[in-house]
Design a protein around this ligand. Structure first.
Ligand code: NAD
Length: 497
């Protein structure tokens, strides 16, 4: 039975076997050097596992195994119906291990156990199932050539895909890459973030149980500048799919240029605006969703609506409503099923967020929050709101990746669009108005991958997700994600007319 109290979850944790070895060539293994890194939980402040620290040699071994598996054709050239059945079994196994996976997510990176149980793990299973179901429904094309020519256009897997992912939704970010990349027939070398390696390693054993042939999926936990860089620079990886910061995304472009010109797909940071016009029909709903848009997952979301642009005549009312919601969202123990805001991922990240809050205190008016706090460790930060933030302030331009909202007033629609667009990012934007023409007009002018109208940060595996500008390029989710992991091949055939 699913634990219903914090004490029951803590008890469950005591008996949980937290995976710590790399998964290469179909089995768990130490790193070649034998070195490990500490996986420190922000929930307890304690080390929960000593994880194999993979480096160049391990990545190389994983890539060789992935290449061999690819060449064998057992997965890369099998009937799509076989791939479909395997990935559906994997989805079933993720659902079977819902509680273990949710516990690993929560303990690794501090998110509330209830979010992991209801969002992360079921979301991952649903995505594997959705791509699996698509695989035997994709057709090739025939070009409209003249008589005597037949030109067949088909998709082919690329070969070996390197996937490097962040810690904020460890299982889901891995799934966003794995489901379409494996579904398209590639072999994958996955590097989870060093802060959250456990669920990816658990997933590797489930993939084996589901019948994925050895070598098709490798998981190489390790640090960014070692294992991550080794993937970026490897000469025999055909494509890297990355989610993480803009800074590291740019490095992957360099790695590719300096090695084998592998394809690179980047999902990077954001500073997404949420525009609330005075004709918004339901200010309470706008406040609920604005709070969700910045406080869900402790604000550790690339598409977090971290800038609230509000028309001046409703600024006071909306800020008051948000103030109340910030107080309600106060952090508490991540393993308590009632918790809505958990711990930030690490001491280092808390310090980074607190430095931004410190800058904000000199730049704008602090409405609420602004402190770190102790719950089960010191990795907790109060939901924080700054009002009347100058557009050039640090906290309105740099991605904080924490529960910190910057509020800016505007007077006219044109000013709102200008403020919203004054960013190097282009991941998401939201617009609240009761005027459909305005919603569509403003939405058209905002250069962002996803526009949410009268809601915030709308997301589904049915639609593509990704950004413009320095939020990256390429799209995760939807059938479009398959384009990143396959190449088009044309075969010409001459025949007698
Ligand atoms: P990060 O860029 O520091 O790390 C992401 C991954 O890159 C990790 O696996 C890390 O080990 C690896 N890495 C770090 N340094 C590396 C290097 N020198 N070479 C190769 N790999 C390296 O990001 P993070 O702190 O883990 O995550 C937060 C960032 O991720 C935020 O900027 C956030 O916006 C972004 N993010 C984006 C999306 C999206 O879909 N656009 C989703 C989630 C997170």
């Amino acid at each position: 039975m699913t634990p219903s109290t914090r004490a029951q979850w803590e008890q469950r944790l005591e008996t949980l076997d937290v995976p710590s070895e790399a998964f290469i060539d179909g089995g768990f293994t130490d790193s070649a050097s034998g070195t490990t890194f500490d996986n420190v939980s922000p929930v307890t402040g304690a080390t929960i596992s000593e994880v194999a620290s993979c480096d160049v040699d391990d990545v190389d071994r994983a890539v060789r195994s992935a290449r061999d598996a690819f060449k064998s054709g057992e997965w890369s050239r099998c009937d799509p119906a076989t791939r479909k059945a395997t990935l559906i079994r994997l989805a079933d196994l993720i659902e079977r291990d819902l509680e273990q996976l949710a516990l690993l997510e929560s303990i690794d990176m501090g998110k509330p156990i209830n979010d992991a149980l209801t969002v992360d793990v079921p979301g991952s299973a649903a995505i594997f199932r959705w791509y699996a179901e698509a695989l035997d429904k994709l057709y090739g094309e025939i070009a409209p050539t003249g008589p005597g020519d037949l030109a067949l256009i088909d998709r082919e897997p690329l070969g070996v895909v390197g996937a490097v992912v962040p810690w904020n939704f460890p299982l889901e970010m891995a799934t966003w890459k794995l489901a379409p990349a494996l579904g398209a027939g590639n072999s994958v070398v996955l590097k989870p973030a060093e802060q959250s390696p456990s669920s990816a390693l658990w997933l590797a054993s489930l993939a084996t149980e589901a019948g994925l042939p050895p070598g098709v999926l490798q998981v190489v936990p390790g640090l960014g500048h070692t294992a991550g860089q080794a993937i970026g620079r490897h000469q025999d990886i055909d494509c890297v799919t990355f989610t993480g910061s803009t800074e590291i995304g740019k490095r992957f472009l360099s790695y590719a240029g300096e090695s084998n010109m592998k394809q690179v797909w980047l999902e990077c940071g954001g500073k997404s605006p949420n525009l609330v016009f005075a004709d918004c029909a339901d200010l309470e709903a706008a406040a609920d969703m604005a709070a969700f848009g910045i406080f869900f997952n402790q604000g550790e979301i690339c598409s977090a609506n971290s800038r609230l642009l509000v028309q001046r005549e409703i600024q006071g009312d909306l800020v008051d409503l948000l103030h109340a919601r910030a107080l309600e969202a106060a952090p508490s123990h991540p393993l308590d099923p009632a918790t809505r805001m958990g711990a930030l991922v690490s001491e280092e990240h808390v310090q980074r967020v607190m430095a931004y809050i410190g800058a904000g205190k000199t730049e704008a008016r602090l409405v609420v929050g602004g402190n770190r706090c102790s719950v089960s460790s010191d990795c907790f930060v109060e939901p924080t709101i700054f009002d009347n933030v100058p557009p050039d302030a640090t906290i309105s331009n740099e991605e904080i990746f924490g529960p910190v909202l910057a509020v800016h007033p505007f007077d006219s629609e044109a000013e709102a669009v200008e403020l919203a667009s004054a960013t190097t990012f282009g991941l998401a934007a939201s617009v609240w108005t009761n005027d459909l023409s305005r919603a569509l007009r403003v939405g058209k002018q905002l250069h962002a991958g996803t526009i949410s109208i009268n809601t915030v940060d709308a997301l589904s595996h049915l639609t593509p997700f990704g950004g413009f500008k320095q939020s990256g390029f390429g799209r995760d989710l939807s059938l479009h994600a398959l384009d990143k992991f396959s190449g088009l091949k044309t075969t010409w055939i001459k025949y007698q007319t």
